[in-house]
Design a protein around this ligand. Sequence first.
Ligand code: NI
Length: 168
Amino acid sequence: MPLLDILQPPHPTLKRSAVPVERVDDALIRLMDDMLATMYEAPGIGLAAPQVDIGQRVVVIDISEEKDQPVRLINPAVTWRSDEIEVAEEGCLSLPGQFAEIKRPAAVKVRYLDERESEREIEAEGLLARCLQHEIDHLDGILFTDHLSVLKRNIILRRLAKQRRVKA
Ligand code: NI
C-alpha cells in the first residue's frame, strides 16, 4: 500500500471544506487503506482525507494500543455534543512536533457511513471523542491551532516553518 504525503500549513487543501462522498467504490476503499497505512507509519491515531490532499469527507481512526482496530468513517457528522467540556493536549500529523491544550466537548455522538455503506452511530468520550472532533474539524478546513488565540497559533505556525527550514 503506498504511503501518502501528509500536507502541512499553509497548504490550501487544509483550509478548504471537503465535499461529501457520493459513492463508496473501490477507489475510496483503496484511499482509506492507504490513509490507514500512512497513519500507522507516521505514527498517528487519526487522519482526514484533506491532510493527504483529497477534498472528500473521509476519516480513518485507530486509538487501540495494538493498532488493530481501524475505523473508517465516510461523511461523518457530529449529531450531539456534551455540555461538559474537557481540556487535553492535542497534536496533528499536519503539525509535526507541535502540541497544545485544546478545549472540546467531553463526549459526542457521530453518525457516519462505514465502508459497506451501512449507516452507523457511535457515542464516544475521552480520547475517541477528542479524536473524532479533531478529524471532523479537518473536513471543515479547521486545524487544532484554529481553536487557539492568534498569538498561540502564530507561535506554533512559526515554529513549524522554522522546523521545515532546518530540515531543508
Ligand atoms: Ni490533525
